[in-house]
Design a binder for this molecule. Structure first.
Ligand SMILES: NC(=O)c1ccc[n+]([C@@H]2O[C@H](COP(=O)([O-])OP(=O)(O)OC[C@H]3O[C@@H](n4cnc5c(N)ncnc54)[C@H](OP(=O)(O)O)[C@@H]3O)[C@@H](O)[C@H]2O)c1
Length: 266
């Protein structure tokens, strides 16, 4: 057996929404898979778990040891740039694995000029900074930017539906994509050669926020009043200009918000 066959693929964020789909797809390949999580997990179905925290660097050297590919999917609303720094530092100490990163469409186009922009849309700034850490790491790398997952839109719609009146940011549009389709692409990229920044992956349709919310309420058989609100700042303006969308040159998924809702909300 060659070294390539025995050295594992490390998946950070393997316990998350995207990560679980990625693990489903990797299970069938016969490759060794290791998952990094902040919480201990028993090994299951041939998957090994390593406990560590990318925010502090604890446990990361053990997680990356011997890995030939790192699928970096771990993320949160803040500090993804710091997580990327911790990962790259450990990966560089360990060797020269192919680092495959998932970022967000608009990372380079949603401004971070003022305090307001950073407070409301700082996620995009951190993703762009993380992309740069990956690209400048000296490691072989691949980065895919994806639009918002249907799962995230559902979470927001569920939370909003708890309010008697739903605030709807006017002029904001989204192009949600299926997280399973993003997982297909991430696995394809991880099994291929390092490719740098690859074309974005977006969902098949563009929706206004009110339309997404209405779709959810209809599926649940609920009614709510909506209240248009204006998102402030330069980042709000960029959103209204569609900078979070990818209309040209992108790969486009097939599963629509309506199809996702029909399956998930009964
Ligand atoms: N959701 C979207 O709409 C969307 C769109 C485009 C791109 N993305 C990107 O796709 C990636 C996955 O998103 P998701 O929605 O699947 O995420 P998720 O469901 O929120 O899961 C987050 C994952 O990150 C891990 N994680 C968080 N902080 C960590 C830390 N300090 N150290 C180690 N692991 C940590 C968590 O692992 P444990 O809790 O087990 O430690 C968990 O597996 C993220 O990078 C996100 O920015 C998401």
């Amino acid at each position: 057996m060659s070294e390539t066959q025995t050295s594992p693929i490390l998946v950070t964020g393997g316990t998350g929404t995207l990560g679980r789909h990625v693990l489903d797809r990797l299970r069938g390949t016969g490759l060794d898979v290791r998952v990094l999580s902040r919480h201990p997990h028993d090994p299951s179905e041939g998957i090994e778990y390593v406990t560590g925290d990318l925010a502090t660097g604890d446990g990361i050297d053990a997680a990356v040891a011997g890995a030939r590919v790192i699928l970096h999917l771990a993320g949160s609303s803040k500090g993804d740039d710091d997580k990327a720094r911790q990962l790259v530092a450990a990966a560089t100490r360990a060797g020269s694995p192919h680092l495959v990163y998932v970022s967000v469409v608009g990372a380079d186009r949603v401004p971070q000029d003022g305090r307001l922009d950073r407070a409301m849309f700082g996620y995009f700034g951190a993703k762009l900074a993380a992309e740069r850490v990956v690209a400048e790491s000296g490691l072989p790398w691949t980065t895919l930017r994806a639009t918002q997952f249907h799962d995230l839109v559902l979470k927001v719609a569920e939370a909003m539906a708890k309010l008697p009146v739903i605030p709807v940011p006017s002029g904001m549009r989204f192009q949600p994509v299926d997280s399973g389709e993003v997982a297909d692409r991430m696995v394809e990229l991880a099994l291929g050669a390092p490719a740098g920044l690859v074309p974005d992956l977006a969902g098949p349709k563009v929706y206004g926020m009110a339309e997404l919310s209405r779709g959810y309420l209809q599926a649940r058989g609920k009614r709510r009043l909506t209240l248009p609100v204006r998102m402030p700042g330069k980042a709000g303006r960029a959103y209204r200009a569609g900078e979070n969308l990818t209309l040209e040159g992108a790969a486009v998924g097939t599963r629509t918000w309506e199809e996702f809702l029909a399956e998930r909300v009964r």
